[in-house]
Write a protein that binds this ligand. Structure first.
Ligand code: P1T
Length: 389
C-alpha cells in the first residue's frame, strides 16, 4: 500500500496492512496505558499512552496519508487540536482569522488566547487582498475555514497561502466541511490542516475528536511536544472508530454532495426561502473557485427563511426527519440555528456584521433518501409560512 494510490483506495487501506501475526484485516484496539521497557528508556517505540499509542498512531498515519501530509497528530476534539496549534504562538503574536468560522474557534481566539497575549482580528477573506491589509508585523498565523461555517463562503487557499508566506506567516486551514475527499489544502500551499474528526471523517456521530496535519517537520515536532505536554489526546477506542468511519468516507461524501446539490436547488426556488448559501449553486459568489479548488461542493447548506428568528425556530420545531441538533457530517440529517446554537457564543453585533442573520438555518444533509429529505423540508416550510401568515 503506497500513498500513490487513488483517494478511494487510500481511504480503504491507508495506515493499516493485515496484522502479520494474526492476519486480522482490522486493527486491534490497544487499551494499555503503559508499555513494558526492557530497561529504563529501552522500549519498542511506545512508553506511555498519552505520549503515543499504537491505535492512535495508525489513525494518525491514515489521516496524514489522506491529506497528502508527512505528519499527522490526533486530539480529543477539534477544539483541542486548535488549542494545541495556537500554543505554538506566544504573547505579542497576532492571528488573522476568517470572519466566518465555527463559534468555538472564535471563542478560543477571543476568550482564551487573547487574555494570554495572542491578538486576533476577524476579517472577510473572500477577497484575498484583504489579508494583505490585515497583516501586521506580528502576524504569525492566518486561520481559515473553506467552505466556512455557517455561511459556506469559499476562500482562495492558494492565494491566501502566498500572501501569508510573503509576510512570514503560516496558513492553517480547517478542512472539516470539505474533508480530504473534496479538497487537500496542503497541496494548495497551506502549512497546516485541521479537522474536527467528530464530523465527516468519523461520520457516524459517535466520536468527538480532532486532527492536525503538516509537511513541516519542525512544526510537527513542536506539535508532538505540545500534544504530549497539554495531553488533549483521544482514546484508543475513539481512534478505532474514526479509522473505521474513514473507510467509507469517499462513498459517503459522494452521496452527501449529490443530495445537498438537489436540495439546494430546490430550496433556492422555494417562496419561503430568502437566500441559499451552497457553493454548488452557480449563483454562489464562490462557485467558480469551488469548481477549481474542490472536487465537489460538500454536504452542508445554509439558508435564510423569510420571517427571521420566529420562522427559523418554527422550522426547526417542524421537521420530522431532520433532527434539530448541533454538529454535522453524520449519516443522519441535522438542522440547526447558528445564531441560537453553534454560533451563540459570538456577540450579536459581530454575528450580524458577518451576515449570520436571525433567519439563518444550517442543514447537514445526511444519507437518507433525498426525496424523503425534500418532503420533510417542504412540510416544515409549509408549517412555518402558515404560522407567519
Ligand atoms: O466539536 P469539536 O470536535 O471540538 O470541533 C470543533 C469544530 C472545529 N471546526 C469546525 C469547522 C467545526 O464545525 C467544529 C465543530 N462544529 C460544530 C459542533 C457545529 O455544529 O458547527
Amino acid at each position: 500500500m503506497t500513498t500513490t494510490h487513488r483517494f478511494d483506495t487510500l481511504a480503504v487501506h491507508a495506515g493499516y496492512e493485515p496484522d502479520p501475526a494474526t492476519g486480522a484485516v482490522m486493527p486491534p484496539i490497544h487499551l494499555a496505558t503503559t508499555f513494558a521497557q526492557q530497561g529504563p528508556g529501552v522500549h519498542r517505540g511506545f512508553e506511555y499512552a498519552r505520549t503515543d499509542n499504537p491505535t492512535r498512531r495508525l489513525l494518525e498515519r491514515c489521516l496524514a496519508d489522506l491529506e497528502g501530509a508527512r505528519f499527522g497528530l490526533c486530539f480529543s476534539s477539534g477544539c483541542a487540536a486548535l488549542a494545541t496549534v495556537l500554543h505554538t504562538l506566544g504573547p505579542g503574536d497576532h492571528v488573522v482569522c476568517g470572519d466566518d468560522v465555527y463559534g468555538g474557534t472564535h471563542r478560543l481566539l477571543r476568550r482564551v488566547m487573547e487574555p494570554l497575549g495572542v491578538g486576533a482580528d476577524f476579517v472577510d477573506l473572500t477577497e484575498p487582498r484583504r489579508l494583505r491589509e490585515a497583516m501586521t508585523p506580528r502576524t504569525k498565523m492566518v486561520w481559515i475555514e473553506s467552505p466556512t461555517n455557517p455561511l459556506l463562503k469559499v476562500l482562495d487557499i492558494a492565494a491566501l497561502a502566498e500572501i501569508a508566506h510573503a509576510a512570514g506567516a503560516r496558513l492553517g486551514v480547517d478542512n472539516t466541511f470539505a474533508t480530504p475527499a473534496l479538497q487537500r489544502p496542503l497541496e494548495l500551499g497551506a502549512d497546516l490542516v485541521l479537522h474536527s474528526t467528530t464530523k465527516y471523517l468519523n461520520g457516524h456521530s459517535d466520536v468527538v475528536g480532532g486532527f492536525v496535519a503538516t509537511n513541516d517537520e519542525a512544526l510537527a515536532e513542536r506539535l508532538r511536544f505540545l500534544q504530549n505536554a497539554i495531553g488533549a489526546v483521544p482514546s484508543p477506542f475513539d481512534c478505532f472508530l474514526v479509522l473505521r468511519g474513514v473507510r467509507t468516507l469517499p462513498v459517503r461524501m459522494r452521496r452527501h454532495c449529490e443530495s445537498a446539490t438537489q436540495l439546494a436547488l430546490w430550496l433556492a426556488a422555494h417562496p419561503a426561502v430568502e437566500r441559499v448559501h451552497y457553493p454548488g449553486l452557480p449563483s454562489h459568489p464562490g462557485h467558480a473557485l469551488a469548481c477549481r479548488q474542490m472536487r465537489a461542493p460538500g454536504g452542508m447548506i445554509s439558508f435564510v427563511v423569510r420571517g427571521g428568528l420566529p420562522a427559523a425556530r418554527a422550522l426547526l420545531e417542524s421537521t420530522r426527519l431532520f433532527t434539530c441538533a448541533e454538529s454535522l457530517g453524520g449519516v443522519e440529517s441535522l438542522i440547526e440555528s447558528p445564531p441560537l446554537m453553534t454560533h451563540g457564543s459570538i456577540p450579536a453585533a459581530e454575528r450580524e456584521r458577518v451576515g449570520i442573520v436571525d433567519g439563518l438555518v444550517r442543514v447537514s444533509v445526511g444519507l437518507e433518501d433525498v426525496d424523503d429529505l425534500r418532503d420533510d423540508l417542504a412540510h416544515a416550510l409549509e408549517v412555518t409560512s402558515r404560522g407567519a401568515r
